[in-house]
Design a protein around this ligand. Structure first.
Ligand code: CMC
Length: 436
């Protein structure tokens, strides 16, 4: 980060002396005002619930221009990565900062696939869950439990441990998600097949059974791979900030990623794809396209508490570039599976059309986000709705680790410790219980 020529001056209306605050510039995007010495100089904190105006770190991984609808991983536009690269190349890019050549890609993929199996004991741990447990409850538990199985890679301050835990997490997430699915179905777990691609292997572990040969459909494999690329990182969102905050205490990488999984589960974040599909199914059940107008009136009525899931974004105030790519994939997958007339897809298109023209959405700059179409794709592939967020967690794991490792290597990093504006009772005395 570079010191800008200008400074910010903070002045007070009560005659207190004003102070100068340094301004830093990134390579692109808004400058930041450095307020680290603010408390020391003024005895005041800043107030920013939801971190709407706060840069919590410096990062060189992902850049989003929300107004333009632009998403870059290490400088590369998401459209180019989704079209020209696969998930393994994207993982390499996010972790190490560069796209590998053919040899580098092969050796990275080999290092990842070395770790696709999980400790055999993990299945006994999994068996402790109810069969109808939500997959994200299972994933939070399983990912956290990895730290109990891989003691040799839990020192976050050791670069070798960080490297091996990163590879282990990327490799094992598909295995864990598929195990959670198989467990819910009462089917045997399928061991990973390392001759398949990352996405192909996931499909195999999800949908193969020991009774027959499972052949991966290349269109579906590519769609799955694209879902992984599009969800791989998204700068300092809620779950990534959770991973950083959790990791800032020095906890092990598996525990920090488990915290990210837990955060992702929420319907305003990763759970939105599940919530979006449930919403589409609800509308379909209660009248389909004919009821879209009525539904939209509810969305616009603030007292209804109804939101158009898959619409709106904290950062994008334009079309989410991932949504465009996902819509494209959605069409390809539905055509491949002969589902071109899928009623939910038609319903989603109708909702999108109305919302893009409606004053409520236009004035608030609410556009479709990635989750608007990813649920339809996953459902068509055969992934159950309650597994969607687990698939998102699988894909986001590489981003979480890249961000965590970047933080640990940053000499400026400190344990995260936000402050507060206290509005509770001032000091008072405890009365004996008989006098309360
Ligand atoms: N439907 C209806 N109204 C909405 C929606 C929506 N989906 N999203 C925002 N608004 C309204 C909101 O009520 C507010 O209106 P007003 O100014 O009249 O009070 C205005 O738009 C601004 O919204 P906000 O809540 O201040 O925006 P935010 O940046 O705090 O919230 C969001 C962003 C993603 C939580 C929100 O848009 C939302 O809940 N969307 C639906 C859930 C969703 O699809 N989430 C997935 C996000 S993308 C995946 C990911 O990265 O995790």
């Amino acid at each position: 980060m570079k010191l800008a020529d200008n400074k910010a001056t903070l002045s007070f209306s009560d005659g207190k002396p004003s102070i100068d605050l340094p301004v830093y510039q990134g390579t692109v995007g808004p400058d930041v005002i450095d307020i680290r010495k603010l408390y020391g100089q003024t005895g005041m904190f800043t107030y920013d619930p939801g971190f709407l105006s706060t840069a919590s770190c410096q990062s060189a991984i992902t850049y989003i221009d929300g107004d333009k609808g632009e998403l870059l991983y290490r400088g590369y536009p998401i459209e180019q990565l989704a079209t020209n690269c696969d998930f393994m190349e994207t993982c390499h890019l996010l972790l190490y900062g560069n796209l590998p050549n053919a040899e580098g890609k092969e050796s990275f993929a080999k290092r990842v696939t070395n770790h696709t199996m999980v400790n055999e004991q993990m299945q006994f741990f999994l068996r402790g869950f109810r069969r109808d447990a939500h997959p994200m409850a299972i994933m939070t538990g399983l990912v956290g439990a990895l730290s109990a199985f891989y003691h040799d890679s839990t020192d976050i301050n050791n670069p070798e441990h960080r490297e091996i835990s990163a590879l282990r997490l990327i490799a094992k997430m598909p295995t864990l998600v598929a195990m959670a699915y198989k467990y819910s179905m009462g089917q045997p777990y399928m061991y990973p097949k390392n001759n398949l691609s990352y996405a192909g292997n996931f499909m195999h572990m999800m949908f193969a059974t020991p009774c027959g040969e499972y052949v991966v459909n290349p269109v579906i494999e590519r769609a799955m791979d694209r879902i992984f690329i599009l969800h791989a990182d998204h700068e300092q969102n809620a779950s990534t900030s959770t991973v950083r905050l959790c990791g800032s205490s020095g906890t092990n990488p598996f525990a920090a990623i488990a915290a990210g999984v837990a955060c992702l589960w929420g319907p305003a974040h990763g759970g939105a794809n599940e919530a979006c599909l449930n919403m589409l199914e609800d509308i379909q059940r209660t009248g389909g396209i004919a009821k879209v107008g009525e539904f939209m009136e509810q969305v616009k009525d603030k007292n209804s508490g109804v939101k158009l899931m898959g619409f709106g974004h904290r950062v994008y105030k334009n079309y989410d570039p991932r949504a465009k790519l996902m819509q494209e994939t959605c069409k390809e997958v539905l055509a491949e599976l002969g589902l071109e007339n899928d009623p939910l897809f038609k319903l989603a298109m109708a909702l999108e059309k109305i919302a893009l023209e409606d004053e409520y959405f236009v004035s608030r700059k609410l556009y479709p986000n990635v989750d608007f179409y990813s649920g339809i794709v996953q459902r068509a592939i055969g992934i159950p709705v309650n597994m969607f967020t687990g698939v998102f967690a699988l894909a986001r794991t590489v981003g979480w680790i890249a961000q965590l490792n970047e933080m640990i290597s940053d000499p400026e990093y400190k344990i995260g410790r936000p402050r507060q504006l206290f509005t509770g009772s001032v000091k008072r005395d405890v009365l004996p219980i008989s006098q309360r």
